[in-house]
Structures are given as C-alpha cells and as structure tokens.
Write a protein that binds this ligand. Structure first.
Ligand code: ADP
Ligand code: MG
Length: 488
C-alpha cells in the first residue's frame, strides 16, 4: 500500500516561479525569446544593475552590455551572438552606475520549445570576489615561486615517496642539474651518496636535532651530477597538510668555498709552523755538515791513501753535497723572500727555462712545445720566482717521462687571467695521490724531497694566482696555473 497524502497534489500558484526567481538574490535570471529579446528579468538582476524593467523589457539581449558597460571590448555584454543549446560565459563588465568592475559567470540554455520557437534562459552570478581572491592567490603563488627560485640556497621539496616536486635554481647551481632533469624524474635519495638519504630521514624524525620533524644545520654531503660530493649544510622540515605528512622540504647551503678557505688557512698555518721547524733544524745541521764535507775533501786529497778508503771518503763527500743541496731546497721552501714584480714577457721566460733544460729533454727523448693562439700581454711577475716554478714543474714532467714523450705548454688569456697549462704525456698520478701532491715532503720518488710542488704553490700564492694538477694514470699530467693579468 502506498501512503497517500492528506491533500491532493497542489498546483503551484500562478506567479510562484517569478517569486521564486526573484527571491534568489545572488542568482540573476533573464528569459529570452526566439529573437533573443528579454521577456523576463529577475528583480535581483534589475537591482544589481540599477535598472528599471521598462529599460530592458523587449530589448535585444546583445544590447544589454551597452547601458551598463563603458569600455570597448565589453560591448557585447554577456549575451553571446550565437547561442547553442548550452553556453557558458565568463565576462568582465563595468557597472555604469558606479563605474565598478564586475566579473560574471553565466550560463545560457534552451528552456523549451513551443509553437513559436525556443525560450532561452540565462542565469548568472557575480563572481568578482572569488575572481579577485583567485588572482590574489595566483599572485601569491607567483611571489612564492620567485622567492624560492631567487634563494641563494638550494631548496628541494619531495613527497613522502621521495619524488622531487620542487628543485630551485640554487639547488640546480649547487648540484649541477637542470630542474627539468630532476623534478618528477629523480628520487631524492639519488641526490645523496649511499644510504645517506635514509640516515638523514631518520635524523629528521629523531628529536635530537631541533625536534621531531626538524633537522637543523646538519653538515653532510650531497651528490653532484658529475658524481663528486658537495659538502653542504642541511636544514629540513616535514611538511604537513591537515595533520598528515605530505612531504619534506630541505634547504641547503654550499660549503665548498668555506671548506676551501678553511683548508687554505690550515695549510698556511701548517706551512708556517713547518717552516720555522725546518729552518731551525737546517741551521743546526748546516754547520756540522760543512765541517764534515770540508774534512772529507781534505782527506780525499791525501796522496798515500789506499784506494778503497779514497772511494769511501769520496762517497762521504758526495753524500754531504746531496744533503747540502737538500738543505738549499729546504731553504727556498722556508724563505719568504719578498716578491719583486716587474712587467715582463712570461713566454720568453718559459723559453729560457726550456733552453736551460734542453740537455735533459734530449737525454730522455722529450719534445718540448710552446703553444699560443693569441697575444699574451705583458704583466707584472717576479722572474726569479717564476723561473723556479717552471724549473720544478718541468723537472717533474721530465721525471714522469723516463721513456720520452711530449711536454706542451699552452698559454691563453681568460678574462683578466693568464692561464698556463703544462701537459706531459708521462706516467700520470694515481687518483688517491692527487690530494697529497702539495703536501710538503710528499714524494713517490726515490730520493725525492717532495718539496717541489709545495714551493711552486707558495710562489704562485705570492702572485695571487692558483695552481692545480689534473692527471690520468698512463696518460699524463696537466698542471694549470692561473695568474692575474694585473695592469702595472
Ligand atoms: P718530488 O718531485 O721531489 O717528488 P714534488 O713536490 O715536485 O716532489 O712532487 C710530488 C709528487 O707529485 C711526486 O713525487 C710525484 O709523485 C707527483 N708528481 C708531480 N708532478 C708530476 C708529473 N708531472 N707526473 C707525475 N707525477 C707527478
Ligand atoms: Mg719535484
């Protein structure tokens, strides 16, 4: 049994629909006839635009724009010329009464047919407020994006699965990737060596480093695109939305420059201490050595010596000479002679050193080449000190090419620097030794002092320049020197 109401269904009272539409204050309604003339306008519409029914009654809908819009381009109003069965519009209109700008969202649809054609209903709302809010949000988004991008520090945001969502220009600069190669492509653990990403995540969740969900100023390493490790200072936060963890943001600072300065300072301090020690020791050794050498020479001159004894004394004399030479080397390492810079032709100096060592080159079958594709301007340097640098480096190159090879020196101007590259085709240097080359007394040679490169770096430092060595085993070694081309 179907329950029946007490009353039979009521027909809506006439005018109910008008009253209904009029009561929907924020929804404006128009009804258009076949010719798209206005046959009904809700009172909310009339009120909103400050119009009287007589002004719009029977007017073509396309004209509607004109009474309350001023600006060109708005003339069509919100009634399109060509109406389909359903048509949605978004329009800017300026209300003439108070010159206020509004944004409307409207919908046109065919209501029904009767003998004379189709009725079209248009309903629309004022969405100005929402539109403004949206554009404010868009503006804020843009501002935030620019802020993130402009930050000097690297900023990376990843979701809980490790997918990278934000990778700013700072991060790109520090880690060598373009953002497009990372966002949506790489997982965050790819940016750290080994299991480091996992360890960092554990630190973020532990309370020890600024609280749960926070990691502050943690010194660690990230992996550069070229595989090298970049020392960084990392701070990270867990991102939450409605209490749920949605991702992690990491801010990091490049520590390479700071590390380099620290190391340089340390090296400098070490060298100063070492220098003092060395000069003290060599002073103590020099005098007795001179005595030993002198007497050995005297003894050697005696005529009635058995041959075996003479030979032994000769060896004493030679060894003393070797030690004296070593002390002289030590001396140039510790001496901080003032640098006397004068304008000069560095290529001529290089040629001069090469000529001086020509016999050595020939003996080993080493070919020397000097290459320049441009004119090298004169600049100020200390010829004595630079001569010493080239002698040390050429000697190393020679010693690395026992069976011959090519030593090429090329010179080029890069901005305000002279870049000299000394490349040999010798034995090369094992990667694990590269770090120690400039450490005093580091030598892989029997009888080597391990001071040559240390002295070179000291002298290049005095010229405010830089010296670096790159090498590949069995391929050769290239030593690069950069010197400021200062005007004099
Ligand atoms: P030494 O020549 O007395 O060993 P250096 O300071 O001049 O001291 O050089 C240190 C070390 O660097 C050398 O023992 C050698 O292992 C390495 N080295 C320097 N220059 C070269 C080169 N051109 N080729 C190969 N190894 C080199
Ligand atoms: Mg040497």
């Amino acid at each position: 049994m179907t329950p029946k109401g007490k009353h039979p269904p009521r027909r809506p009272p006439s005018g109910l629909f008008n009253r209904l539409l009029d009561s929907l204050k924020d929804l404006f309604t128009l009804v258009l006839d076949q010719e798209r003339r206005i046959v009904y306008a809700s009172s909310s519409f009339l009120e909103h635009f400050g119009l009287e029914w007589q002004q719009v009654s029977g007017q073509p809908c396309v004209k509607l724009g004109s009474p309350f819009t001023g600006t060109a381009g708005e003339e069509m109003g919100f009634c399109p010329l060509d109406l389909g069965p359903y048509f949605s519009v978004h329009h800017f209109l300026t209300r003439e009464a108070d010159n206020q700008k509004f944004v409307y969202k409207g919908v046109f649809y065919h209501l029904a047919h009767d003998a004379e054609g189709t009725w079209t209903v248009c309903t629309f709302r004022d969405v100005t407020h929402m539109f403004n809010l949206e554009s404010q949000v868009r503006h804020l988004d843009e501002l935030e994006r620019q802020l993130v991008q402009a930050a000097m520090d690297g900023i990376i945001v990843n979701d809980m699965l490790g997918n990278i969502l934000i990778f700013n220009e700072g991060a790109a600069r520090i880690l060598g990737y373009r953002p497009g190669e990372v966002i949506g492509v790489l997982k965050v653990n790819h940016l750290y060596p080994g299991k480091l990403a996992h360890e960092i995540k554990q630190l973020i969740y532990s309370p020890a480093n600024g609280g749960v969900g926070i990691l502050e100023n943690y010194e660690t390493e990230a992996r550069h695109q070229d595989g090298t490790l970049v020392p960084i200072w990392l701070s990270a936060r867990i991102l939450r939305e409605n209490g749920l963890e949605v991702g992690i943001v990491g801010y990091f600072r490049d520590l390479r420059e700071r590390k380099r300065l620290e190391e340089e300072l340390l090296r400098h301090e070490r060298l100063v201490t070492l220098g003092r020690m060395v000069s003290h020791i060599s002073h103590e050794i020099k005098n007795p050595l001179a005595t030993i050498g002198g007497f050995a020479q005297q003894c050697e001159r005696q005529e009635d010596l058995p041959e075996a004894t003479r030979h032994k004394i000769k060896i004493i004399h030679e060894e003393v000479q070797r030690l004296e030479k070593f002390l002289t080397d030590l001396g140039s390492f510790t001496r901080t002679a003032p640098t006397l810079k004068n304008p000069g032709d560095i290529l001529a100096l290089i040629q001069e050193v090469a000529a001086f060592m020509e016999a050595g080159f020939k003996e080993r079958g080493v070919v020397f080449e000097l290459q320049t594709s441009e004119k090298i301007p004169q600049f100020a340097f200390d010829p004595g000190q630079m001569r010493q640098v080239f002698i040390n480096l050429f000697k190393n190159a020679l010693e690395a090419m026992p069976h011959g090879g090519v030593l090429t020196v090329s010179a080029a101007v890069r901005e305000d620097q002279l870049v000299l590259a000394l490349a040999d085709t010798g034995l090369g240097i094992a990667p694990e030794q590269l770090k120690s080359l400039f450490t005093p007394f580091f030598s892989t040679k029997e009888g080597g002092t391990g001071l040559g490169l240390t002295i070179c770096r000291g002298l290049i430092d005095q010229h405010q320049g830089e010296i670096d060595i790159a090498s590949e085993v069995d391929r050769g070694t290239t030593c690069t020197i950069r010197l400021p081309l200062k005007p004099f």
